[in-house]
Structures are given as structure tokens and as C-alpha cells.
Design a protein around this ligand. Sequence first.
Ligand SMILES: [Zn+2]
Length: 128
Amino acid sequence: MLYNDIELTTETYCDEMALRAYVFKHFHHLMTPLERRTIEYTTPIIKDSDHWKVKRLYGFLEDRDGHVPDEEVIAAFTIPYATRKDIAIDRLISTCTDRIFVNRCPECNRIARTPTARQCMWCHHDWH
Ligand SMILES: [Zn+2]
């Protein structure tokens, strides 16, 4: 399991890091439209762009997530990427607990790779 370029192994397992990686990977759909637009992309996807690819992506994101004003996207990009991502993950973990299912191994209680996994990537326990 990879979190912010740090590889977690059975020896280095950290529950907080594993939870953050798991939530980011499997529950990014719970992020706000602004969070998605400024975390899924490393360049501002705004209406006022000269590039046709950005304009096309802008239309796609407006349809998928709803309207996000250019000023909000530009303001969010003044915050470093890693910080934007941390803030969004913090918000998901603290406010979306009722919608985030943390799939834990019944044997070692560590977090599984996916919400539907039935085999532990850490201790290899199988609960099929
Ligand atoms: Zn396990």
C-alpha cells in the first residue's frame, strides 16, 4: 500500500497512513466538487483557459460535479498539492464516517486493500 510515495509494508504498517491511503483511493467520490477539481488534477481546470484540452475537461467536470467558479479553483491552487490533499482527506475522515466503510481484517484488524477485499494483504488471512 502506497501513501504519499511511502510504501507501507507489514513491518512498517501505520493505521493512520493506511486509513488515509484507503480513503483517498476508494472514497474520493465523497470529495466536494472543488476538492475533486483541485486534487484529481495538478493544473487548474478553469473556464478561462486558452487550451482546448482544458476547455473540454472543464465541460466534463462541470457536468460530472457541478459548477465550480474559476476564482475558487485558482485560490485553491495557491495551497501546495500535498496540503490540499491532506485537508480533503482530513475532512472526509472527520465528516463522512457514516459513508466510509473501513474494511478491516477480522484476524489482525489492519485495513484491507479495498472495501470488498476478503483477503488481508498484511497477514494473508482469508475470510471468504
Ligand atoms: Zn490481517
